[in-house]
Design a protein around this ligand. Structure first.
Ligand code: TRP
Length: 446
C-alpha cells in the first residue's frame, strides 16, 4: 500500500465492505454449531454481551488505528507508535495479526469448499428422496474423500485470490454492493419457511431462554472468541480496511450498523437451522457438520427442497467469499508493502494458504488421529486456538494501543464522534473491554 491511498467510494461502500468481512461462516456455520455445543441460549446471551462490550469498542479501536495510519497494518502501527513517542516494535502486532488470519484462512477455505460441494450437489438434486441416514453417510463419505475436498478448497482459494489480485476498489467494492442485499433477502425467506415448521417454537425457546447456571468458563471463552471472530476483529484485518475509510464518517455509527447486520444474520440462520433441527428430532450438538447434515435432511422432505437448499449454500458461499477476501487482504498488504506486485503477492499467499489448508483437508482422513496439541488434530487446532486465543490477544493489544498509547487528539479525530463520544469510547475500552479480556484469558490459561 502506498502512502496516498484511494478511498472507499462512499460511506455506504465502507459499511458494506466491513459487513462483507463480518458476515460469513462465523454467522451461518460456526454460530449454530457452537450454540448447539454450548447449551443454546446461554451461549447466545454471552455472545451478544461480548459483541456489545468487547467486540464493538475494540472494532472501533482497530479501524481507528488503520484510519489514523492510512497505511497497511504494520506500517500504520510503526508510524503511529513513532508519532506517540513509543517503540516502533508495535509493528509486530500487525505481523501477529497476519499469522492469525493466515491460519484462519487455511481452514476457512476448506469449509467454504464444503459449501461449493453442497451447492453443486443440491442443484443436481442429489439430496432429494434420500433417507436421513443416507444423507449423514454421504457427508461422512465426502469428509473421508480428500481429493474432492482438495478440489473445492483449491477452487475457493482461486475465487478469493483472483478478487484480491484485481485490487480492492475494483473487485471488492462492486462485489459487496451487489451481494449483501441479496444475502438478507434469501435469509428472510429461509426464516419465513422455518416459521411454518413444527420445531419453530422449540427452537425459539431453546435459543432465547437462558439458564444462567449453565455458564461455565469454557462457554465464556468460546463466546468471547466467537464475538471476535464473527466481527472480524483482533487480527488487524479491519485495520487494513480502515486505511481506506473516508475522512468524514462517524466510526461508532458505521460499526454499530455492521454489528446489527452481523448479529441479525447469525440469529436468522440460527432460527432457521434450529427450527429444522427440532422439527426433525436431531441433536443440536452435532458439531461442525451441523448445517451440512441437518439441512439437506430437513429440506429433502419439502416441496422445492433442493432449490431452497441450493439457495442456502449459494448465499453461504457469497458471504464467505467476501470474508475470505478480508482475511487475505492484510497478508497481501504485507507483501506489497515489502515491494511485491499485487498479483504476485496474491499468488504467493494463495499458494501458502492452500498448502497449509491441506492439513485441514486430511484431518478428516489420513491425519485424523495425528494430535498436535491437547488431543486436537490439525482442523480442531486451527478452528480453536487462533479464534479463542490469538484474536482476543490481538484485540487486547490493539485496544491498549488505541486507548492508552495513541495521542488522544489523533484517536479522537479518527473516531470522528466528537469529544463526548470519544471519552465514552475510551472509558469503555480502558476500564471494561481491556480488563474483561485479560480476566477471561487468564482464567482460561490458569
Ligand atoms: N467474520 C468472518 C466470519 O464470521 C470471518 C473473518 C473475516 C475474520 N475476516 C476476519 C475473522 C478477520 C477474524 C479476523 O465468518
Amino acid at each position: 500500500m502506498s502512502e496516498t491511498l484511494e478511498r472507499w467510494g462512499s460511506r455506504r461502500a465502507f459499511i458494506l465492505a466491513v459487513t462483507g468481512a463480518a458476515v460469513g461462516l462465523g454467522n451461518i456455520w460456526r454460530f449454530p454449531y457452537m450454540t448447539g455445543e454450548n447449551g443454546g441460549a446461554v451461549f447466545l446471551l454471552l455472545y451478544v454481551v461480548f459483541v456489545l462490550i468487547l467486540g464493538l469498542p475494540i472494532m472501533m479501536a482497530e479501524i481507528l488505528v488503520g484510519r489514523a495510519g492510512r497505511r497497511g497494518p504494520m506500517h500504520a502501527l510503526a508510524h503511529l507508535a513513532r508519532q506517540a513517542g513509543v517503540s516502533p516494535h508495535w509493528r509486530w502486532l500487525g505481523l501477529f495479526g497476519a499469522v492469525t488470519v493466515f491460519f484462519i484462512l487455511s481452514f476457512y477455505s476448506v469449509v467454504s469448499g464444503w459449501s461449493i460441494e453442497y451447492l453443486i450437489e443440491s442443484v443436481n438434486g442429489n439430496f432429494s428422496g434420500r433417507t436421513p441416514d443416507e444423507i449423514g453417510a454421504s457427508f461422512d463419505a465426502f469428509l473421508a474423500d480428500p481429493l474432492r475436498m482438495t478440489f473445492n478448497h483449491t477452487l475457493f482459494i482461486l475465487l478469493t485470490m483472483s478478487v484480491v489480485a484485481a485490487g480492492i476498489s475494483g473487485g471488492l467494492e462492486r462485489l459487496n454492493n451487489l451481494l449483501m442485499p441479496l444475502l438478507y433477502i434469501l435469509l428472510v425467506v429461509l426464516v419465513g419457511y422455518a416459521v411454518t415448521t413444527d420445531g419453530f417454537g422449540t427452537a425459539m425457546a431453546w435459543l432465547f431462554t437462558p439458564d444462567l447456571e449453565a455458564i461455565t468458563l469454557s462457554v465464556v471463552l468460546n463466546a468471547m472468541g466467537h464475538a471476535f471472530f464473527t466481527l472480524a476483529v483482533g487480527a488487524c484485518a479491519l485495520m487494513a480496511y480502515g486505511a481506506y475509510m473516508p475522512d468524514h464518517q462517524s466510526l461508532p455509527r458505521a460499526v454499530a450498523a455492521v454489528a446489527v447486520l452481523d448479529v441479525a444474520v447469525a440469529l436468522l440462520a440460527g432460527i432457521a437451522i434450529f427450527s429444522v433441527v427440532f422439527s426433525q428430532g436431531m441433536d443440536p450438538a452435532e458439531g461442525p457438520g451441523l448445517m451440512f447434515v441437518t439441512l439437506p435432511i430437513a429440506f429433502s422432505d419439502l416441496p422445492g427442497g433442493p432449490l431452497w437448499l441450493g439457495v442456502f449454500f449459494l448465499l453461504l458461499l457469497l458471504a464467505t467469499w467476501t470474508s475470505s477476501i478480508n482475511l487475505a487482504e492484510p497478508l497481501v498488504a504485507i507483501c506489497t508493502d515489502a515491494g511485491l506486485k499485487r498479483g504476485k503477492a496474491a499468488a504467493l499467499i494463495g499458494s501458502l494458504v492452500w498448502l497449509v489448508g491441506l492439513l485441514s483437508v486430511f484431518s478428516f482422513s489420513s491425519l485424523s488421529e495425528v494430535k498436535w496439541l491437547a488431543g486436537m488434530n490439525f482442523f480442531e487446532l486451527v478452528t480453536t486456538v487462533p479464534l479463542e486465543f490469538f484474536l482476543p490477544i490481538g484485540g487486547l493489544l490493539i485496544a491498549i494501543f488505541a486507548a492508552w498509547i495513541m495521542p488522544a487528539s489523533t484517536a479522537m479525530r479518527s473516531l470522528d464522534a466528537g469529544p463526548g463520544g470519544f471519552r465514552l469510547w475510551r472509558g469503555l475500552v480502558r476500564y471494561v473491554s481491556i480488563p474483561l479480556v485479560v480476566i477471561v484469558l487468564l482464567s482460561a490459561l490458569w
